[in-house]
Design a protein around this ligand. Sequence first.
Ligand code: PAF
Length: 282
Amino acid sequence: MTAPSTPAIATLSDLRSHVARWRAAGETVALVPTMGALHEGHLALVAEARTLARRVVVSIFVNPTQFGPSEDFSVYPRDLAADLAALARAEADAAWTPDVAAMYPPGFATRIEVAGLTDGLCGPLRPGHFSGVATVVTKLLAQVGPDVALFGQKDFQQLRVIQQVAADLDLPVRIHGVPTLREPDGLALSSRNRYLTEAERQVAPALQAALAAVAEATRGGAPVAGPLAEATARLTAAGFTVQYLAVCDARTLAPVERVSAPARVFVAAYLGRTRLIDNIPV
Ligand code: PAF
């Protein structure tokens, strides 16, 4: 028997009639926002979504407003046919595939800014990024109207920003974080891993090893500065250009000197031309 296909829905009116039909039948709806280039990490989000709601919509939209001028928007991997085939295997009910003109028609003038949570980590390094994410996710939530929306913890700062937006704007949706899926050698799954050369791919798991070393050394409340300096030196020696390695409060994302409340270790580093991020709980 062939697997049922996942329809690609490209207009808002079509999306709304699908969702209205499901709602009329009393069905719940989950949204998994993505930029496509789907990998097993995304499919794990879809699998989890299927346990949380009767219907699962996966949005595929490479959002221009969250890329900086020197970032990879124009070359970001796009393969709708492969994504739809993966979504059919994962039994997603619909792919929401708006185009840029429909998302940002002429005259579009709204930006959502989240203070505090975006002050550190990727915030200062990617000006406008989280505002772009917050704005597009708010639109996606308004378009689909899901009961629950799922986001990977690999982008933990993004997850916290979206939780803040949903709480502050009283959005009637549950924001659900899903633990990071990893390769057997520890590398977090990411659409950008495909940019790594073979040699870089061999080195890349050192990122997760550095996080684990810092988490281990700081778990009991010891000062974080020493373990962070050691791990940064090891990553640099391995060929990474470290943008940040920090231990931060898991709720506020403010850096901590010692761990006394739920905290996570965060890293962003370039390996060659590829920017990798990762984080783990302490
Ligand atoms: O994590 C992503 O893929 C994107 O930032 C998101 C949440 C789909 C918004 O464009």
